[in-house]
Design a protein around this ligand. Sequence first.
Ligand code: CTP
Ligand code: MG
Length: 235
Amino acid sequence: MSTARVHVLIPAAGRGTRYGGAVLKQYLPVCGKAVLSHAIRAFRFHPLINGIAVVLSADDQWFDNEVGKLATVVDTVTGGETRARSVRNGLQYITDKYPDAEWVLVHDAARPCLSAESLDRLLEQGLQCEDGAILAMPVGDTLKQAGEEQEITRTVDRRGLWAAQTPQLFRLDALSAAIDAAQQAGQELTDEASAMEFTGARPKLVMGSAANIKITHPSDLAIAEAWLKRAGLAN
Ligand code: CTP
Ligand code: MG
């Protein structure tokens, strides 16, 4: 594998409005530790990774307590109102602190089940692609377009459709410039690849895993717990 300098950026400054509850979803315990701790663990000892930065909201009061010892092996950065702003702040931090950083892997704090195999596959294929690469899964379900009364107006051809996951791997400079350009144009961004696409780049789709779920709704937590147990990653 190449010797590229790769940094990890984990946006964890969200409010978890869809999940609800008193504890932010990134700090909920799953298999004995916080969801965010699992997200950090996935990168911790990888030989190609030179550093991990976690983006926290300005009023975060939980990180040190909930993440424990792992908190001391990462840098922390203050996030913003949207995911794109949080990521942009983190990219700036890495650019300023690590001038020789070349590539960045952006990974949701809310994805605790990333496997070493998926991460290796992304790095192996993605570091060959100037436009970067993301983990993703071909869509399995039949897709329906809904009308105004939630009635089916048509079936969408799912051939060629993939669901985007994270990590997403890009050249650091290119991603920073792409987010700036997309935001200046008022483009709504739900992932980093969409910023790159806005500039005309064509990032590669790398096969992910069904296990790499994002905790979005309360029912997702039990699924994550089951995958972690199966992978032998439960405490
Ligand atoms: N995120 C962030 N800064 C924001 C919004 C989101 O760093 N202003 C992070 C979240 O913490 C999460 C990741 O981006 O790790 C993916 O976002 P999502 O799953 O949508 O989390 P939330 O925005 O917290 O949840 P919701 O959309 O339900 O409010
Ligand atoms: Mg969100």
